[in-house]
Design a protein around this ligand. Sequence first.
Ligand code: 0RA
Length: 649
Amino acid sequence: MSENKGNYSASNITALEGLEAVRKRPGMYIGSTDSKGLHHLVWEVVDNSIDEHLAGHCTEIHTTIHENNSISVRDNGRGIPTGMHAKLKKSALEVVMTVLHAGGKFDKDTYKVSGGLHGVGVSCVNALSIDLKAEVHRDGKIFTQSYSEGKPQTEVEVVGESSETGTKVTFLPDPTIFEELVYKYETLAARLKELSYLNSGLKLTLTDERVVEDGKYKYEEFYSEGGLKEFVVYLDESRTPLIEHPIHVIGKEDNVEVEVAMQYNTSFKENIFSFVNNINTREGGTHVNGFRRALARLFKQYGEDNGYFNKLKFSISGEDFREGLTAIVSVKVPEPQFKGQTKGELGNSEVTGIVSRCVGNVLKHYLEENPQQAKRIIDKVILAATARHAARKAREMVQRKTVLTGGGLPGKLSDCSSKNPDESEIFLVEGDSAGGTAKQGRDRFFQAILPLRGKILNVEKALEHKIYENEEIKNLFTALGVSIEEKDGERTLNIDKLRYHKIVIMCDADIDGSHIVTLILTFFYRYMTPLVENGYVYIASPPLYQVKKGKQFRYCWNEEERLEAIKAYSGGSEEAASGIKVQRYKGLGEMNADQLWETTMDPETRILKQVSIENEIGADKTFSTLMGDEVPPRRAFIESHAKYANIDV
Ligand code: 0RA
């Protein structure tokens, strides 16, 4: 046996082992096999096409959801090379599709998308698909190859001629691997839209062949000429801008590309989103630090030089420069290092200085040339510092009270007897009367009840210190056992003493009820984010109907179940004659304690919806639209989503 041949089979085996490993432990490669993992497959393929765009060879990426929930991603890039791979003695196409980590570009100068879980390569998608077809237009020809579970089912074949170039990948996720197989249009659309802002000049489209509207497939195009500048305008659509135009920074240093767009609005929240090589860095990192540093440095200097801070009785801190700020910080780094719990934090230390200098240069000019706008921002900074001071006092009052009374719990809380957070649940119940029913119906060993009076404060519109003065919100902090800590000017929620690992929002199944759910969710999303991120927040689903015949009855959660129950009780005949009673539950109060337990609280039978943040930017947009200043965008949102009445955060 020649050495060459030995090498060939050896590399062959390694390749197979690689993809087998992906099938054995898919979570290691794509994070999970739930809905998130399912959608991750699409991003894996789209990322490859985006790389082709970043290398300057691709202007369009078309994503299609087919009727059977298979996905196609087609681009007009150079096309995956199809020639023989010198070492592996196979078509490069086959290598890219079947060898782990072979998918990226072979030259190092491009910004490889290799952050976090991304960048594991299109071969992972192949391994996790029951069926995958690659079609390459290149060198005047059309090449295809098909695979199943990552194994080639055909040779690379020439099937036609083409004057264009590009790659099309069509895949059907393996049902034995994924728990969820149905693609969500909104999830794909949200990310594609985000990508269009992050890659100005790139056209991305989404077609849904499962949905026909006006005789055509559902279709949307995402394209942005202005990039991040348009992105902040879009994000702040429902907020009132403080300065005329967003400030836009574009810079490059040591092969690191920096783009930042920022706008101040009249709200009180800081909204900084960050990206590294198009990947959302949820935990921030050195790029965000550089941005913050430049903001504080430049505004502080400017304020001091102009004597704006002279009369202030307390100091200004870094966060005061970020209140009411919406910003996007995007960097392209050739070899990014990621750290943090979810690999969502950029670690490259050199990036801090680079971003700080790029932003500093632009801000310096901006402040010199726009004194009126600058004054507006400084006034806002002073207001923020004043409010922060008041908020700290209010917060300390809340927290001191807790400490002094030895963790004295709110009088309205009916606590559970278990002290083990892992098994304890708290139900946040709208209204005292429903609270009473829940208290009777619960299992007091592990279920606590906290009634909330009416509509809680809309935190999207309130000043921070008002929030800590709000009775219901104070009760929430003490009942949950969480507190806000300030360290180096950063506020974080301490959840070490969290008393329940299931926090269940339980409201009426009507419009008012869902409004209250939204208010409470807004509060959790803005002020107790770690609880949402850790998956501790749930929404209860009380039934909508009880269908009854004689002594038999069924609870129904939707229209379909109602019709089914009627059909079952009437034995298929007309309902009128058969003595069937349908009760529509308008509120929790209409159920007695046993019914509430059985339908909504009993872990054996209830339906709990766990709240998660699928797309951070989408979530921000949802909350600012629903709860913010401007009426027109809110109306648009409610109208287009009213049918589903289900806010996907
Ligand atoms: C390897 C090398 C080159 C391009 C690609 C892969 C490539 C991969 C994908 C995946 C989806 N679309 C894609 N487009 C291109 C460079 C090719 C060259 O040098 O001509």
